[in-house]
Design a protein around this ligand. Structure first.
Ligand SMILES: [Zn+2]
Length: 559
């Protein structure tokens, strides 16, 4: 059994001494506290743990949440079981992790707990959609988030698997053989935050990125011990908690970005902003970095690709004052479209337009210069597309059938040759596609090499002879030129002059294309190109209509 003295001290110290953590959920003047639809009452008078409708009862009290990995066979609330769960939650049927979370909530002195699997009706798409609308507030408004960092299956509990603490003294003697000092060697790491949290099971999961970023206070149940993480501090069990403050060195990417975003929201300058200005960072840069980090995480349900990051999108929308469009931002679409995918396995096409990163399950890189995973910006960057229009046609259930965008930009025909990087050990002949870049771009008329490209997937390649050049269209979104007289840059001519492009496959109608890759091309290839209105559409025919309304702009964007 855990000693709750330490976490209670942490909660008290953070509440007393960290205004940044306490004010976090009230930092927006437009912010009104929103509670989840239901909470679990962990200590009702009759002893029966049950779900309570929180909105109707106007519960003003604080609640805890649980961040956990979804495991197979997990006991959840369904439309059928809701009625009985409002009377009594069958404690005996819950996973060990949920049982532990309920006990810990009580021991920390709280009455209410929110667990997604139990508080949201899992077979109700409309409720899932409604609850997703305020996911940002569910995580921000709670008191503390319990993080099940080590739980991998339904049998694992929250409590740390404590290492037996073993220590041995190591004396140092002076020249006379007298003991001058001594060290204690211990098998217990004083600061296991890296192995317990950053490399914990939970931190590789898709949903938990936004949970961890949005939560102002987290109590981590790591495999070796408890850790505290809040806006200003990271503490662990053996720490003198009043001396340990937040340093970026101990924090991983997600938390660092969150801090940058929060500071932008609070209108104070962060070090990241200062570093970014000369590199051409924009308000959107953090978003592209977040999506790149998010794309490496795993989801139990691939259909959650956009939904699991929606809370972060809502948070980001307040900062950039822009509209979220299929994982990108309306006012920054030319930059947002410049992503490339690095497959680590066979790719799955998901329910999103072909121009959205959310249409592909794979690790992403955004190539607009200045993003963390892109390159630093040298020279000047000129946007070469204009008049972007997003077309929507509203169908039933507030969803949209059409993910079509169009714009005016230079278009030219190129030939694409996939890299002939034959490795005899490769089991799959298309393994070479899992690299960036994975193809050479040639001018159609002269066959001169003009750049390289990364195909989104191998669906366009002829299975028999995939080395055969593939005729494709390419549209230029940005052109980068060197700053005149900027001679200290030891870059090749190719790097100094560059165009950032999308590869397109012509659809059934002229002017209607499907995105099929990303390319960097010598801008001279566009010297005779025509400027045309180009529309990019869905790449997949079958798609679900659930949740889609949230990712699309309002009717005012309709052409
Ligand atoms: Zn704090």
């Amino acid at each position: 059994m855990l000693d709750f003295k330490i976490p209670l001290e942490w909660i008290g110290e953070c509440a007393k001494s960290h205004p940044e953590c306490s004010n976090y959920s009230n930092s927006s003047t437009a912010h009104t506290p929103i509670f989840p639809t239901r909470l679990i009452n962990v200590c009702p008078p009759d002893g029966n743990i049950r779900l309570v409708p929180s909105k109707t009862k106007a519960i003003g009290e604080e609640y805890l949440t649980l961040s956990h990995r979804w495991t197979s066979g997990m006991y959840t609330t369904t439309q059928r079981s809701l009625k009985s769960h409002l009377n009594r939650l069958p404690f005996e049927k819950l996973s060990v992790c949920f049982k532990d979370a309920i006990k810990i909530t009580r021991q920390l002195g709280f009455q209410y707990l929110w667990i997604d699997a139990l508080c949201i009706i899992q077979d109700s798409p409309s409720e899932m959609q409604d609850e997703c609308l305020h996911m940002k507030d569910i995580y921000r408004n709670r008191a503390v988030m319990l993080a099940a960092d080590r739980v991998e299956n339904s049998k694992d509990g929250l409590y740390p698997a404590r290492l037996e603490s073993q220590s041995t003294p190591m004396p140092f003697r002076d020249t006379n053989g007298q003991q001058a000092s001594q060290w204690i060697l211990s098998n217990r790491q004083p600061a296991a935050f890296g192995s317990d949290v950053i490399h914990g099971t939970l931190n590789s999961r898709g949903w938990t990125l936004q949970e961890r970023i949005l939560a102002p206070r987290i109590l981590h149940f790591g495999k070796s011990q408890l850790h505290w993480e809040c806006r200003t501090s990271i503490w662990w069990e053996k720490t003198d908690f009043k001396c340990e403050f937040y340093t970026p060195i101990v924090l991983d990417e997600a938390r660092e970005m969150m801090t940058a975003m929060t500071r932008k929201k609070l209108r104070t300058v962060s070090t990241r902003d200062i570093a970014g200005i000369s590199n051409g960072c924009t308000h959107y840069t953090t978003w592209y970095d977040l999506v790149s980090a998010y794309s490496c995480r795993q989801l139990t349900f691939l259909g959650d690709r956009l939904i699991a990051i929606l809370g972060l999108a809502d948070f980001c929308a307040e900062i950039v004052q822009d509209r979220f469009v299929w994982g990108l931002w309306r006012q920054d679409l030319p930059a947002g479209l410049l992503w490339a995918v690095q497959a680590t396995g066979p790719l799955t096409r998901l329910a999103a337009p072909s121009w959205s990163w959310a249409s592909i399950d794979g690790e992403l890189t955004f190539y607009i210069p200045s993003t963390k995973w892109g390159r630093p910006l040298h020279g000047t960057l000129q946007k070469t597309c204009e008049d972007i229009v997003i077309e929507n046609s509203v169908i039933a259930h507030r969803t949209y059938a059409n993910g079509k965008i169009s714009c005016l930009c230079p278009l030219t025909l190129v030939l694409l040759s996939v890299f002939a990087d034959s490795n005899e050990n490769e089991k799959d002949s298309f393994d070479h596609l899992r690299k960036q870049p994975n193809a050479t771009v040639r001018e159609e008329s002269s066959r001169r090499v003009i750049g390289d490209a990364t195909l989104d997937d191998d669906s366009l390649l002829p299975k028999q002879n995939f080395l055969q050049p593939l005729p494709l269209h390419t549209m230029m979104l940005y052109r980068q030129d060197a700053v005149p007289g900027d001679c200290q840059l030891k870059l090749s001519k190719k790097q100094i002059q560059m165009s950032y492009c999308l590869l397109l496959k012509l659809g059934v109608k002229d002017g209607l294309f499907r995105r099929c890759g990303y390319a960097e091309i010598d801008p001279k290839a566009f010297s005779n190109a025509e400027v045309r209105r180009i529309a990019i559409v869905w790449g997949v025919v079958v798609f679900t209509t659930m949740h889609l309304a949230r990712f699309l702009p309002s009717a005012s964007d309709t052409a």
